[in-house]
Write a protein that binds this ligand. Structure first.
Ligand code: SF4
Ligand code: SF4
Ligand code: SF4
Length: 188
């Protein structure tokens, strides 16, 4: 949130390179598997490529998350839902620390995920109504606004800065921001 200093500069820099870390750390076939399914669930940060094999659905990560954004999804497996709790992941790692199974990658050597936000059609600003809510709530300066000759400035999403924290998703009054895999963001 604006003025919130919980995330220091070095940590921001680490979180800003999710793709690089994942490509270095994971087998390429695993990355393809987790990206190619339209209904890919949004697993907690640092979830391994074989998360469903290791997770026993004990719910420890849900209880540990101080932001209250983890819920039981399909099959009882944990998923991120930023319409719940505080509405954003702070990358505190409490979910990773609470898990008794080998379901997560090590946060000190892996980036959290390759999810980023995407602004869909229906944005208020692009329809002539002044709104900069998404830019205001983004801790990572990932949503700049471009001036328009007629009408209010319009947002654009910089996927290289976006960490996929989800803060903008719940904040958008038009509910037009979604979290997608980085590869899909670039493809659209
Ligand atoms: S990193 Fe922290 S805020 Fe994010 S899902 Fe895990 S416990 Fe919740
Ligand atoms: S998900 Fe939204 S708020 Fe979070 S870094 Fe990306 S653009 Fe900013
Ligand atoms: S918060 Fe939503 S409606 Fe407002 S500028 Fe951002 S994307 Fe558009």
């Amino acid at each position: 949130m604006p003025g919130d200093n919980r995330i220091d500069r070095s940590r921001r820099a680490f979180l800003r390179r999710p793709l690089a870390g994942l490509v270095e750390a994971r087998d390429q076939s695993d990355i393809k598997r987790t990206r190619d399914t339209a209904a890919d669930p949004w697993r907690p940060p640092w979830a391994s490529a074989t998360f469903e094999d290791a997770c026993t659905r004990c719910g420890a990560c849900l209880e540990a998350c101080p932001e209250g954004i983890l819920v039981k999804g399909d099959g009882g497996f944990p998923e991120v839902d930023v319409t719940q709790g505080s509405g954003e992941c702070t990358f505190c790692q409490a979910c990773v620390d609470a898990c008794p199974e080998p379901a997560f990658e090590a946060p000190d050597t892996h980036s959290p995920w390759d999810w980023v936000a995407r602004i869909g059609s229906g944005c208020l600003a692009t329809n002539g109504i002044v709104c900069q809510t998404c830019g205001d709530v983004c801790d990572y300066d990932a949503i700049p606004f471009a001036p328009e000759e007629s009408g209010p400035p319009v947002p654009w999403l910089n996927p290289d800065s976006c960490t996929g924290c989800g803060a903008c998703v719940a904040a958008c009054p038009a509910q037009v921001i979604k979290i997608v895999h980085h590869s899909r963001h670039q493809a659209n």
